[in-house]
Design a binder for this molecule. Sequence first.
Ligand code: DWN
Ligand code: ZN
Length: 408
Amino acid sequence: MTPPTCRVCGTPLRTFLDLGDHPPSSAFPTPAEALAGAGDTVRYRLAAGACERCALVQLTGDVPHEHRPYAGYPYHSSGSSVMREHFRRTARRLLRTELHGKGDAFAVEIGCTDGVVLRTVAEAGVRHLAFEPSGYSGYHGARVHRAFLTADSAREAVAAEGRARVVYAANTVCDIADLPGLFAGLDELLAADGVFVFEDPYFGEIVRRTAFDQFYDEHRYYFTATSVRALAERFGFRLVGVERLPVHGGQLRYTLARAGRRTPAPAVAGILAEEEAGGLTDPAALAAFAGRVDRVRSDLVALLEGLRAADRTVAGYAATAKSCTVTTYCGLGPSLVPYICDSTPAKHGRLTPGARIPVRPPAAFAAPYPDYALLFAWNHADEIMAKERAFRDGGGRWILYVPEVHVV
Ligand code: DWN
Ligand code: ZN
């Protein structure tokens, strides 16, 4: 079988992780659909590889949908107060550094973080537009162009609004299979001295925390500063800024400018050197990561089976996209995790993809509290554990599996 090749440069990939066949992470069937053998029956091979030439870590195979199944897509970034504040702070930073005093500046967001960023930008009187193909309407009044950013859609926007000083994206670029198409759109859309600022899960943190659940169908790419530098240069841009972010399990925020327009900040050389020294995508490091992932699976299953044998009650907390990877790879079903409580109304009364664990509203968590709660939204642990203080005070215990299986 021919080895998979890099989606950007065509070089053979070195596969380092194979988690088996998985359902789409956002396919939450109703009980009736599940009974009829529908809703979540599509499977794809969840495996990841590193490009030997451009260092881009990526899913090695195709996924069931080239773009997210946007009809009824159930993810809303505003589900977390920490994330809402993060996006407000980000918008204020962009206003201060890139948009302040820039006359009739125009700011664009790809994907829309529920409109939090653009509403903050709009309140400062800056023209704005979101390229967001989903039909989700809760964008708090932000101006949304229901399209993917491509050279054509960019030309349309420029004809109407002029070129953009800033294009921003959060948790979106890693989902976009056609990166050459994205950069063609950016080239049409960005002003000569404009910047493209985007943030995504950092592969360095995924490896450091053994956060294997960050691998799922929507995340096509797992960026590093090294791979983003190569990507930028391939399309006439340069990596001129990089910033570590604590959100979503550890992210990097990248700032790209057109070649020759800005001097790279010292932090760029710093992280590139750190990645080089750390051998982030060396075969041995990646094999060790895969070994740790296997260990998490055996430890988590052993813990849950032990709790079941001791007649202790367990519930899942937050039916995250990531949870699909964990339940599928570890073979967790309702016999080990009888239900998951989640704050997304679109998921209530449905079953999780593949594992078919019932999803219940948040109120079910305390009615009555389980003995143990398996936290699938570990990236929001501080916020959730504070909110659910009474669970812990009443003797409840949290099960976490990042960076290894442990109970708090
Ligand atoms: O990359 C992506 C990230 C940004 O968001 C998307 N592809 C899909 C999604 O991934 P996720 O579902 O793993 O994201 P979160 O933010 O880790 O989890 C969101 C889920 O957790 C929602 O179903 C809501 C739920 N949740 C909850 O039930 N109670 C979340 C919080 C904060 C809570 O308190
Ligand atoms: Zn490549």
